[in-house]
Structure formats: structure tokens, C-alpha cells
Design a protein around this ligand. Sequence first.
Ligand SMILES: CC(C)(COP(=O)(O)OP(=O)(O)OC[C@H]1O[C@@H](n2cnc3c(N)ncnc32)[C@H](O)[C@@H]1OP(=O)(O)O)[C@@H](O)C(=O)NCCC(=O)NCCS
Length: 181
Amino acid sequence: MTTLSTYKGISPTLGNKVYIADSCRLVGDIRIGADSSIWHMVAARGDVNHIVIGERTNVQDGTVLHVTRKSASNPEGFPLLIGDDVTIGHMCMLHGCQLGNRILVGMGAIIMDGAVVQDDVFIGAGTLVPPNKTLESGYLYVGNPMVQKRPLSDGERAFLKQSAINYVELKDEYLQEAGEE
Ligand SMILES: CC(C)(COP(=O)(O)OP(=O)(O)OC[C@H]1O[C@@H](n2cnc3c(N)ncnc32)[C@H](O)[C@@H]1OP(=O)(O)O)[C@@H](O)C(=O)NCCC(=O)NCCS
């Protein structure tokens, strides 16, 4: 199965020691930083705009990543920008939004165009983040539509980084199994 596809002459680019599960489909202008991992059945289309994924970020199984095209009323469109040490849980939908660093996106969450998630945010499972909302650093958000639930505990803040470390270790094991390191 082809995991990486070229669109209009642009192919995904991968940093050092990136893991891509062989059941994924990544198309077009997608730039992935070192030590990140893309797990099974992720679909990502960098076709009508670009997708940037930082370092040590994991995108878990069944997640969909997409973008919004440039237009007269929205000259930049909405690229999808994801920072470093971000955990994106199973079956999330991230569309044309911007995520900072050390964020956990709970399973099945949906984040819509123009939303901005600042550094050090925890998004509960199943949360809907409507378009153009800003999620403030240091808080837990849950619900549909989301509400700011409470400040994060010190333990939860530490877990945001730890979760990314756990996934770097796990993807290194997968790379080893595949004989790629
Ligand atoms: C939100 C979360 C962090 C728990 O936070 P918490 O403050 O410890 O919550 P609690 O378990 O004490 O529950 C507090 C209340 O919030 C509710 N709640 C818990 N998770 C919720 C969620 N995701 N969305 C909405 N409500 C939620 C509980 O039912 C409870 O309601 P009640 O007070 O009416 O009984 C957790 O449930 C969650 O969503 N984690 C994400 C896990 C994940 O997806 N990881 C990535 C994949 S590996």
C-alpha cells in the first residue's frame, strides 16, 4: 500500500526517525518533524493548503487531518499547524486549525477551522472545538461545544510532555521491529 502520495508535484517530507504506519495515506504538502509518529489508518491531505506537524508529536489511529483552500475572503485559507510534543488521540478530526506545543487532544475530538490551541492544553475525549475559538494555555476543555472546565493540575501538565515521550519510545520500538533503525 502506498502511504505517501504526491499531489501537484509536492510530496510529504519526513524528519529524522519519523514513524509512519503502513496503513496511512498522507497526500501532498505535509511536513513532519523529527521523532514524530503517524499511526494506523490516519488520513491526511495537504492538497488545497499545507499541513505542518512538529517534532515528537504523535497522531493516533484513525485520525483525519485536512485543510481549507485559499479564497478571496480568506486569502491564506486555513492550513493545519501542529506543534511539538502534541498527542492526538484515536479518531480525532483536525481541520484547518493551529495547535501549539505540549497539547493532548482526547479521543474523538473535533477541532474546526481557525481554532487556536495555545501551549499546554488538555482537550477531553469527544470535545467539539468550534471555528475560530482560542483555547487558553493551562486549562482542560471538554464538551460539545467545548467549555473551559478547570485549570490543569501539575500532574496533568507533566503528563502532556510524558505522553509525547511515551510515544517517541513506542515508535522507536516499531522502527526497530521493522528494521529501520
Ligand atoms: C476529561 C478527562 C481528562 C477527565 O477529567 P477529570 O476532571 O479527571 O474528570 P473526572 O473523571 O473526574 O470526571 C469529572 C466529570 O466530567 C465528566 N467527564 C469526564 N470526561 C469527560 C469528557 N471527555 N467530556 C465531557 N465530560 C467528561 C465526568 O463524567 C464527570 O461528570 P460528573 O461530575 O457529572 O460525574 C478524561 O475523561 C478525558 O477525556 N481524557 C482524555 C483521554 C484520551 O482521550 N487520551 C488520548 C488517547 S491515548
